[in-house]
Design a protein around this ligand. Structure first.
Ligand code: SAH
Length: 258
């Protein structure tokens, strides 16, 4: 049976709205539903219930990467949300062994998703123009244990990428069209280009530039995610949803322009 070990991160699940990511160490964790001595969780099976000081039950769950990103990461920038990361991963086939350049790293959310899926043989080269953000991203990513698959670089990618023959280039920065020639040089033939942008004007410029540069199979996509309140006979969408995150542009490098 899988039990909690000292130092494990655990998702303390209360209900659909409330769960907490805690570390099994010698600390007391206070919630509005009483406190828990975290050391007492060590040795308990995952999936089991524990009671707080006032008798409220929490379930011990193993956290997913999404929990680390949404609950633990410091987020001085907007991040790429799981719905958009999911589309990036599935549309491109990013998987074990992929070598990817990513810019900008920002808070490191997308870096974490990419690194998680290129393991154990792939690598993410994360470029960021701001040194303060590199520091924060590094601290965030260290908690996930994924730093072995990531190289963070302080550099303006408009000057180009250091790598060649990359499987993918993934951008989340204000002027992606300025980076397209550099992405083209860094990618292997047929390699994947992805760009995430919050405004449609950025999408238009990015697609037009990608077209002019000899990229093919260009797609512009928006992903909407709706959560549901499920109760027999009353199931319906939640009233509030995240209405907007951004748009994705996908493209493949062809040899047309060379
Ligand atoms: N995808 C990230 C968020 C990126 S926010 C996440 O999920 O956490 C956009 C980032 O791009 C910012 O941190 C900004 O500093 C960086 N940036 C902007 N222009 C850049 C450039 N030319 N080269 C490298 N990084 C750049």
């Amino acid at each position: 049976m899988d039990v909690v070990n000292e130092g494990d991160y655990i998702l303390l699940y209360l209900d659909g709205r409330r769960s907490f990511l805690v570390e099994a160490t010698d600390r007391v964790f206070h919630t509005h539903r009483g406190y828990l001595k975290l050391k007492e969780l060590i040795g308990q099976p995952y999936g089991s219930q524990v009671k707080s000081s006032i008798g409220v039950e929490f379930t011990l769950l193993k956290p997913a990467l999404r929990d680390f990103i949404l609950k633990k990461f410091r987020r001085p920038t907007q991040i790429v949300y799981p719905k958009d990361a999911g589309l990036i991963l599935t549309y491109t086939g990013i998987g074990p062994g992929f070598r990817i350049a990513e810019a900008g790293v920002g808070s490191g959310a997308l870096t974490a998703f990419l690194a998680y899926y290129v393991r154990p043989t792939g690598r993410v080269y994360g470029y960021e123009i701001r040194s303060d953000l590199i520091k924060i991203a590094k601290r965030n990513l260290s908690q996930t244990g994924l730093m072995d698959y990531i190289e963070l670089k302080l550099k303006d990618v408009r000057e180009g990428f250091d790598e060649r023959d990359l499987d993918a280039v993934v951008l989340d920065l204000p002027t992606p069209w300025e980076v397209i020639p550099k992405a083209y040089d860094a990618l292997k033939n047929s390699g994947v280009f992805v760009s995430f942008s919050p405004t449609i004007n950025q999408v238009e410029k990015t697609v037009e530039t990608a077209r002019a540069y000899g990229f093919v199979s260009i797609e512009a996509v928006e992903c909407l995610e709706r959560h549901f309140k499920v109760k027999a006979g009353e199931t319906r969408p939640e009233t509030v949803m995240i209405g907007h995150t951004g748009y994705l542009v996908f493209a493949r490098k062809s040899l047309k322009s060379t």
